[in-house]
Write a protein that binds this ligand. Structure first.
Ligand code: COA
Length: 257
């Protein structure tokens, strides 16, 4: 699979997807959205891939937002289609993957960039990272799920303030607000993501996927998270991972998933 706007490497069961338009601070144009969909689909379907890391190329930006030059002349219908297509192909798609996705935020994560990081299952950041949803400064609102996911992650009041002021917060503030889980030096960012990935990979891929689904159920209309958990819990009992995990414990050895 060849891409123009992203780089993909697969090593030690980790797929690393790097958005690679550094001269445009990795802004998400249409082509990048399509390529991200294809790269995430491929990584998720590859049974050798146990964790996906998403990052941006260069030392300045994770993603500085949707590509403003592409939508500056859009009308109402085109605007709605832009948001719908992006949400379906990338943002909701990533959130619902059963392969864990870690965002390694290596600089500006603004607008669609922060929305992309928030679609990942969790986030870590380098200490130079700056995050915000500046859309209202452009006369629009976040359209890739930002109005929903930011309040989920940092609470409604803080999200309202960040969205209304179009401000940016530092990595440390993001850490204090629960938007990212860890902050580290830029050069340590990918090694930290890989270290966390290796901890994840010790565990049952099937159970991890089931846990992602159960956690996400709380945020979906018409689903009861507790019921979803009961069903997913029950299904685990029918898997080889469950047999291996419980047998390994009883035999006092490490499970081999
Ligand atoms: N869409 C399109 N191009 C973008 C972009 C975006 N969201 N963000 C940055 N770029 C481009 C700039 O136009 C510039 O391109 P050029 O060199 O061809 O003129 C290049 O990336 C570098 O950006 P620049 O603004 O010169 O860097 P800076 O260090 O002065 O400022 C930011 C960095 C992130 C503060 C600034 O680029 C910015 O505000 N970007 C837009 C953020 C935004 O509003 N995102 C939400 C979009 S919905």
């Amino acid at each position: 699979m060849s891409f123009q706007n992203i780089l993909v490497t697969k090593e030690n069961s980790i797929a690393t997807i790097t958005i690679n338009r550094p001269s445009k601070l990795n802004a998400l144009n249409r082509a990048t959205i399509d390529e991200l969909h294809n790269a995430f689909t491929d990584a998720d379907e590859d049974t050798n891939v146990r964790v996906i890391i998403l990052t941006g190329s260069g030392e300045k930006a994770f993603v500085a937002g949707a590509d403003i030059s592409e939508f500056a002349d859009f009308d109402i219908d085109e605007g709605a289609k832009l948001a719908k297509k992006g949400q379906e192909l990338v943002f909701n798609f990533i959130e619902n993957l059963l392969t864990p996705v870690i965002a390694a935020v290596n600089g500006f994560a603004l607008g669609g960039g922060l929305e992309l990081a928030m679609s990942c299952h969790f986030r870590i950041a380098s200490d130079n990272a700056r995050m915000g949803l500046p859309e209202v400064s452009l006369g629009v609102i976040p359209g890739y799920g930002g109005t929903q996911r930011l309040p989920q992650l940092i609470g409604k009041g803080k999200a309202m303030e960040l969205i209304m002021t179009a401000g940016m917060i530092s990595a440390e503030e993001a850490l204090a607000n629960g938007l990212v889980n860890h902050v580290t030096k830029l050069e340590d960012l990918l090694p930290l993501a890989q270290k966390i990935a290796s901890k994840i990979m010790r565990n049952s891929p099937n159970a991890i996927g089931a846990a992602i689904k159960a956690v996400n159920a709380n945020y979906k209309d018409g689903l009861n998270g507790y019921d979803a958990e009961i069903e997913a819990f029950g299904n685990c009992f029918g898997t080889n991972d469950f047999i291996e995990g419980t047998s390994a414990f009883l035999e006092k050895r490490k499970a081999n998933f």
